[in-house]
Design a protein around this ligand. Sequence first.
Ligand SMILES: Cc1cc2nc3c(=O)[nH]c(=O)nc-3n(C[C@H](O)[C@H](O)[C@H](O)COP(=O)(O)OP(=O)(O)OC[C@H]3O[C@@H](n4cnc5c(N)ncnc54)[C@H](O)[C@@H]3O)c2cc1C
Length: 380
Amino acid sequence: MDFEFAKEQKDIARAAREFAEKEFADRAEEFDRDETFDEAIFKKAAALGFIGLFIDEKYGGAGLGITEQCILQEEFSAVDLGVNVAITTASFGAEAIQQYGTEEQKQKYLPPVTKGELILGSAFTEPDAGSDLAAATTSAIRDGDELVINGPKMFISNGTRADVLLCFLLTDPENPNRHRRHSMVIVETGRQGYEANKLHGKLGVRASDTAEVSFNDVRVPCSNLLGEWGAGFAEAMYCFNFNRLGIAAQAVGLMRACITESVRYAKKRMIGGASLASYQATQFKLADMYTWMRAAKNLLYDAAWRIDQGKTDHALVAAAKAFSGQMAVRCADMALQLHGGYGYLADYKVNRIYRDAKITEIYEGTTEIEKLIIAKSLLV
Ligand SMILES: Cc1cc2nc3c(=O)[nH]c(=O)nc-3n(C[C@H](O)[C@H](O)[C@H](O)COP(=O)(O)OP(=O)(O)OC[C@H]3O[C@@H](n4cnc5c(N)ncnc54)[C@H](O)[C@@H]3O)c2cc1C
């Protein structure tokens, strides 16, 4: 048993940290305020090989695993979560294409993703179907050798920016098994009938593009089916295990940022003739944050390592996601409290972290849904 990252993993962490500090640390506040992002940063990230670390070398990736993808997300998120989301969601769905795609689909989509020439997104959520994914009604109906897609999707990352969306669609509504009613379909967003509207006014991750999208008689060839007809639900679960750990990594990165900001502030803030750091109540806060961060980190990389070994532990993935999300929110609250009134101002990074943290409890499965998964595994 070895709890150390390998040299290559430490190198990725260092390179990601340096990139984030140099390219977006100073611009994160602007992106957050204006709900914008500079695509040049994404292009640079792609040129340095940060997109698709987990994609096979045969398709232009680094041929590494989810562990390395989490290391990257942790480092980027420690600098800014919104920018991390803007960069790393560009390969959101590549894990599914790699796992379930035909050779032709892999050759077509994966190499341009790794080069930053093609932006992906994954569309599962609908206005009336979020946690209960099997209730999704946006449909694909066969018409000759084409699929005709109709319906809305909600909260889609990269909805206005993506070239290709992986869509979870109702294809067999009469199937008595509600987990066999859907299929995954690759949809190019340039097709007629696709519409996306950016959602404004998000609490956090404001550098990232989130959109409501609709499909109005969008036609794709049947060869755009990803994986097996009717197996969309199981395929989605594969994607969720992968991406939930990405969110846990985001939460760990945020917790690290809470500690860094709190230590810096506590050392320099003078209260009653002594530094804020000298008070035991402050030290207890720092100790709690550190302990929660390390516990979350251990859960995260334990779960990631198991996936990379081909021994996916669904309950452990859910535990990593639920715990890290809750602890990120708690750390952010503590860090802001420690900053007093200054933390309430947008000029302080803890203000942004406080707003950003909440999303780690919501997307890719809410804390409640993760807990249901854990409980189900205990109650078999
Ligand atoms: C910024 C952002 C980016 C996103 N990006 C994407 C994306 O790229 N692709 C995508 O498909 N989706 C995306 N989402 C959607 C996200 O995954 C969903 O919002 C999330 O899964 C929750 O679904 P919902 O919003 O419909 O909430 P609901 O499912 O309506 O849940 C509402 C509340 O009920 C609770 N709840 C639900 N079921 C149960 C139950 N059985 N028992 C107890 N409590 C329950 C939930 O935990 C929650 O607290 C994004 C969302 C946001 C905000």
